[in-house]
Write a protein that binds this ligand. Structure first.
Ligand SMILES: C[S@@+](CC[C@H](N)C(=O)[O-])C[C@H]1O[C@@H](n2cnc3c(N)ncnc32)[C@H](O)[C@@H]1O
Ligand code: SF4
Length: 452
């Protein structure tokens, strides 16, 4: 694989860069650019009869794992969760009143937090309210993030009965010492039982999230965890780099920073895990995903149809993604709109009869061009000159001007010719750093994580 000294000279081990699930990235959103009026306007401009994606955010968890950087609050009682579903239902009613006729859902995704802590009656109520706004399209997918520790037969039956056909389970690592250090106990048996129960209910694609770069993680430990994971045969695997950002995610102060692997060791951990997955027949997808060749994500990648959105990689090509719930972000052809991050502010707005949009971004100037080039790098490791010149009315000479900072920074580690720009396999750890050179906004350093 990569020549480590070359990657080191390119600054890989010091770099902090965004993961580019959007462009511009969320820290660039402005409270003056986008509010409830834009949200309403953009929704009403959706073409009647088109397909959209819907994301529902549930910011509650029963346990609060120390490693977790997600914005979520712990609760032992169901009361706040049931009340939150009331607000989601009210927000769905606003959506219903604003959307044009005949819209269907190409994707429905519930994330969090832990959506599986909803009691069965709330699951049924929320899905009724969703399908009252828009039914699933014939080829639609309904996916849910599952905490294997926080699920039982009644809730799985409610989700499967509502049409869930994809699921993602959080694993992180199976090693007991690592689990103890990151504050997340989860026996292999519990994970295995969740996977079996999901499959018994006809889930056609099962994803598992695992992490590299965790405290006390070694090549031997990550290899053992991957072997255990492979015995569950997930259709997709997300192999994320652990982001240690205790200044943003306070719980992470519980994690001893001297037990964390160094950046060079992180790269080795990633490569060890990747080699095991590829050897077992998984296709590598973008910077951090793996999929069985017959899985829709792998099929989309081969067809050049892989895309990137707030949930990571997707084969969904719907132009609109509506995000509901506290902190959710919607994407429209016109720009991005984000809901109030705090639950109380979100609830107050929606209960007052309005969308809870508090910030966002309106696409102007070169935004769409730069967004597409960054997405193409993150998905395909290349920018196709024909595609970009044709879609954005550029000449080859104009396109080459956008590539100039890349040759200056990375020289022949990145290939640039008349067909476009390509990051060869051995330079792929640099992908987010290359993407950053197409980012025209200065992004706050605090939001960045290790480039590897
Ligand atoms: C919303 S959580 C998972 C769903 C569910 N609550 C669970 O715990 O199984 C989504 C994923 O984000 C990833 N994640 C959370 N904190 C992270 C961090 N600090 N660095 C990298 N990935 C993180 C984890 O892999 C996690 O499974
Ligand atoms: S990993 Fe999942 S269960 Fe743990 S705190 Fe994060 S969202 Fe909650």
């Amino acid at each position: 694989m990569a020549d480590e000294s070359q990657l080191a000279r390119a600054g890989l081990f010091e770099a902090r860069v965004p993961r580019y699930t959007s462009y511009p990235t969320a820290p660039q959103f402005s409270p003056t650019a986008v509010g409830a009026a834009e949200m309403r306007g953009w929704l009403s401009e959706i073409a009647p009869g088109s397909q959209i994606s819907l994301y529902i955010h549930v910011p509650f968890c029963r346990r609060l794992c120390w490693f977790c950087a997600c914005r979520t609050q712990g609760t032992t009682s169901d009361d706040p969760v049931v009340a939150y579903v009331d607000t989601l239902t009210a927000e769905l009613a606003l959506l219903r009143a604003t959307l044009p006729e005949g819209v269907t859902l190409s994707r429905l995704h519930w994330g969090g937090g832990t959506p599986t802590l909803l009691p069965p009656a709330s699951i049924a109520r929320l899905t009724r309210a969703i399908f009252d706004v828009a039914p699933m399209a014939a080829t639609g997918e309904f996916s849910v993030e599952i905490d294997p520790n926080e699920i039982d037969d009644a809730r799985l039956d409610a989700l499967a009965g509502a049409g869930m056909n994809r699921a993602s389970i959080g694993v992180q690592d199976f090693d007991p010492l690592i689990q103890k250090t990151i504050g997340r106990d989860q026996s292999f048996e519990i994970t295995e039982s969740a996977a079996n129960k999901l499959r018994a209910r006809g889930i056609r694609s099962l994803n598992a999230d695992i992490l590299f770069g965790l405290p006390h993680q070694t090549d031997a430990r990550i290899s053992a965890s991957i072997q255990q994971l492979l015995s569950l045969n997930p259709d997709r695997i997300a192999l994320y780099g652990y982001a240690h950002v205790p200044w943003m995610a306070r719980r992470q102060v519980m994690i001893p920073s001297d037990a964390l692997p160094r950046p060079e060791e992180r790269l080795e951990l990633f490569e060890t895990a990747r080699d095991l997955l590829v050897w077992d027949g998984y296709e590598d997808i973008g910077i951090d995903h793996f999929a069985r060749p017959e899985d829709r994500l792998a099929v989309a990648q081969k067809a050049g149809l892989l895309r990137r959105n707030f949930q990571g990689y997707t084969d969904d090509i719907a132009p609109v993604l509506v995000g509901l719930g506290a902190s959710s972000i919607s994407r429209f052809p016109q720009g991005y709109a984000q809901n109030a991050p705090g639950t109380s502010q979100y609830v107050k707005a929606v209960r007052g009869g309005n969308f809870a949009t508090v910030r966002g971004h309106v696409f102007t100037g070169e935004d769409r061009l730069r967004a597409r080039m960054i997405e193409a790098l993150m998905c395909d490791f290349r920018i196709d000159a024909d595609e970009i010149c044709h879609s954005f009315g550029l000449t080859r000479a104009q396109l080459k001007e956008y590539f100039a900072p890349v040759s200056k920074e990375f020289g022949d580690m990145v290939r640039i010719d008349d067909s476009g720009l390509e990051i060869p396999v051995e330079s792929r750890p640099l992908t987010r750093m290359v993407a950053c050179l197409f980012d025209a906004y200065t992004v706050a350093a605090g939001s960045h994580s290790h480039a590897v």
